[in-house]
Each structure stands twice: as structure tokens, then as C-alpha cells.
Design a protein around this ligand. Structure first.
Ligand code: PLP
Length: 382
């Protein structure tokens, strides 16, 4: 059982994160449906507090916000996607801001930052994830300090405790994209971040069937500003999507636990495979940020990035040869997915034979048999 300080978000008597995931967000009034049903509604009879659902959250979103808010330890605002959530944070920046991003990170955020820079809205500086002294210095001058709890796709874990403790410029926002760790493996707000982001599309949804995002913050003015940004931009979550996301969240702890065990075992085996040149997984002692991962993460996650021996075509051949593991982008779902990341626009700088594997909840030995066979077959064909 994950140790969990519910930080005051515990109306349901949930003493642990596993129980919270199952019980949070429900309507406990007599006769209410046990599960929060989807609310397909744009407008409401006037007089109640809801008028129009671009501005006034529906109960479905509120359930998702309650669940994630309790996990992250703050107040949550749900959005149409992870990127919509992140864009709302960037929207808070005054003109001429300085944005500091990690050198390894989600390409969508890189694209958003670049587009804003080209429109003269802010300037962007990049820092190595592990340059802790650089991040501490950046806190004193930047308006937005952006980090990922575990970087995508090199899986570097920043020294978030040290960075969050550094003095920040007045009004600055320190944001952490917590998608890879999930709030079960790290709670950035408790470490001192201002906002934590989940792409609900990934682990919280968990079934590759929706797009969604959530931002969580503690400062009420920031929460209100993010809600306002959502309404103004119309970046509202879909009714069906939030229904599915809440359903997915109920099993998050089970899925993460299972997939994480699979991932550690696969990483250890891949590290010794003759057709694998390099295996990156924060749980391996060989990983450059293994110490930070042990200190700052409850679990090492479900993503493994490994370089196949040979060039891009050797790695493509592995993807083509897999049968159980799906050749698809995205991550955090029940099914294992794999992709060669250097083929993704904005990620061309990565090692050409790097495969990012999102480990699912299938049987470990089936996953290993699939990987081992595809690696050997690709080598025999090459
Ligand atoms: C997928 C992802 C996003 C973007 O989320 P969407 O829901 O696809 O908009 C942001 N950050 C990380 C780390 C992601 O994996």
C-alpha cells in the first residue's frame, strides 16, 4: 500500500491512495447513482449555479477534479487534453517572460514554447535535466520553470527537492509535468512546485480511448485563473472523456503496480540482451539519475527507453516484428506500446535506434518472449 498523506482531501474516509481512487468523486446523497454518470449538457435551467458548461463544470468533470486533486494535493482544473492544460499555464505568463525548459522533454511543450517565442510572447532557454545548479539559478530569473518528474524519453529524474527549495522570482510559476510518474509515484506540489500537470490521456485514463488533462495547484488565485483560461479558450473536457477517465482512475493503482513490476523485470533483462546497446530505466542502478529516482519516486514507472544495436532500420525491424506489443505512440495504457522516438517530429535529435516502450499489464513472460524474438529476428534479417 502506498503511503499517502491526503492533505485534507479525504471526505470519503479513504486512508490510502488505493481507497481514494475507488471512493473519491462519488455523489453520496440518498438515491444518487453509485457511479458518476456522463452529463451530456451544454446549458442548464437558469437559477441554479450552472448556466453554460463551457464556464460551469459539470459533475463529471468535478468528479475527475476531485480524484486528481486529492492525489496531487491541491485543487484541480480539468481540460480537453494534456496540451490544453499546459497551454493554460503558459497563458498565465506576462508578455516578455522567460521560460526555462528541460533539454529532454515532451515535444508538444517544446512546440508550444517555440510557437509563443516566434510570436514574441516569451523567450525560451533550455537546460539539461541534471544541471541542478543551472535550475536553481533559473528559479531566480525565470517566469516559468518547467520540468518533468521523469523526462521524456530519456527518463532523467530532476532534483526537484533542491530546485523547488530555491528562491523564485516574484510571480514565477514552477510547473511539473507529472504524467510519467503519476501522483502515485511523485507529488510535485508537496515538494514545493506551484502546478502539477497530468495528461489524463495516459495513466489516469489508461485505456487509449480518450484525451484529457488536469492541472493541480494550491494557490487559489492561480486555480481561479486556470479555470478562467479554460472557459475563455473553450478548452473544456468532453463529457464522455471525463466519464471514461473517472472509470480508468478507479484501477490506476492496480494497473500501475502491475505494469511497474513488468517494467523493472523487462528493463533488467533488456540490459543484458545481446541485441540491445543501452537500456534506460530509472530503476536500474546504471541509470544516470538512479539516486534521484530512489529519493524522489515511490516507483520507477512503466517506461523503458532502449537502443537497439544497429541503426534506425534495425530498430524499425524490431517494431515490425512484435506481435503482442503494439507498434503505436502514447503510453500509460493497459496494453504495451512501442515506438522509435527519433521518427517523431521535434525528436530527431534522439539516438536513431532508441525505442520507447510503455509497459502494460500483460503477462511478463509473454512480453519478454515477444521482445526477445523480435530482437533476434530483426538481427537475423539485418
Ligand atoms: C502525452 C503527454 C502530454 C500531452 O498530453 P495530451 O493529452 O496528448 O495533450 C504532455 N506531457 C507528457 C509527458 C505526455 O506524455
Amino acid at each position: 500500500m502506498t503511503s499517502w498523506d491526503s492533505a485534507g482531501h479525504d471526505p470519503g474516509g479513504a486512508g490510502s491512495v488505493e481507497s481514494w481512487l475507488v471512493t473519491a468523486g462519488r455523489d453520496r446523497r440518498f438515491g444518487a447513482p453509485l457511479n458518476v454518470p456522463p452529463w451530456p449538457a451544454s446549458n442548464f435551467i437558469l437559477g441554479d449555479r450552472r448556466t453554460y458548461s463551457r464556464n460551469d463544470a459539470t459533475p463529471g468533470w468535478e468528479a475527475l477534479e476531485e480524484i486528481v486533486g486529492g492525489l496531487e494535493g491541491g485543487a484541480s482544473v480539468a481540460f480537453a487534453s494534456g496540451m490544453a492544460a499546459i497551454a493554460a499555464i503558459f497563458d498565465q505568463l506576462p508578455a516578455g517572460s522567460l521560460v526555462v525548459l528541460p533539454d529532454d522533454g515532451y515535444q508538444g511543450v517544446g512546440g508550444l514554447a517555440q510557437a509563443g517565442e516566434s510570436h514574441g510572447r516569451w523567450t525560451v532557454r533550455r537546460l539539461a535535466v541534471t544541471d541542478t545548479a543551472g535550475w536553481v539559478e533559473a528559479c531566480g530569473v525565470a517566469d516559468l520553470i518547467w520540468l518533468e518528474s521523469v523526462s521524456n524519453p530519456l527518463l532523467a529524474v530532476p532534483d526537484l527537492d533542491t530546485i523547488c527549495a530555491a528562491a523564485r522570482k516574484r510571480g514565477a510559476i514552477l510547473g511539473v509535468d507529472n504524467t510519467f510518474a503519476t501522483p502515485l509515484n511523485q507529488r510535485p506540489l508537496a515538494l514545493g512546485a506551484d502546478v502539477a500537470v497530468q495528461s489524463v490521456t495516459k495513466f489516469i485514463g489508461g485505456h487509449s480511448d480518450l484525451l484529457g488533462g488536469v492541472v493541480t495547484a494550491r494557490e487559489p488565485r492561480l486555480v481561479a485563473a486556470l479555470r478562467q483560461a479554460r472557459g475563455l479558450a473553450g478548452a473544456t473536457p468532453g463529457t464522455l472523456e471525463t466519464f471514461l477517465a473517472v472509470r480508468g482512475a478507479r484501477t490506476l493503482a492496480l494497473r500501475l503496480d502491475r505494469a511497474q513490476r513488468n517494467a523493472l523485470a523487462l528493463a533488467e533483462r533488456l540490459a543484458h540482451h545481446p541485441r540491445v546497446a543501452l537500456t534506460r530505466y530509472p530503476g536500474l542502478p546504471s541509470h544516470p539519475t538512479h539516486e534521484a529516482a530512489r529519493r524522489l519516486l515511490e516507483g520507477f514507472g512503466t517506461i523503458i527507453s532502449f537502443d537497439v544495436c544497429g541503426d534506425a532500420s534495425a530498430a524499425d525491424a524490431v517494431c515490425d516484428g512484435l506481435r503482442l506489443i503494439q507498434h503505436a505512440t502514447s503510453l500509460g495504457a493497459v496494453e504495451s506500446t512501442i515506438e522509435r522516438r527519433a521518427r517523431v517530429p521535434g525528436q530527431e535529435h534522439l539516438p536513431p535506434s532508441l525505442l520507447r516502450l510503455s509497459v502494460g499489464i500483460e503477462a511478463l513472460e509473454d512480453l519478454w518472449a515477444d521482445l526477445d524474438r523480435a530482437l533476434r529476428d530483426a538481427a537475423a534479417r539485418g
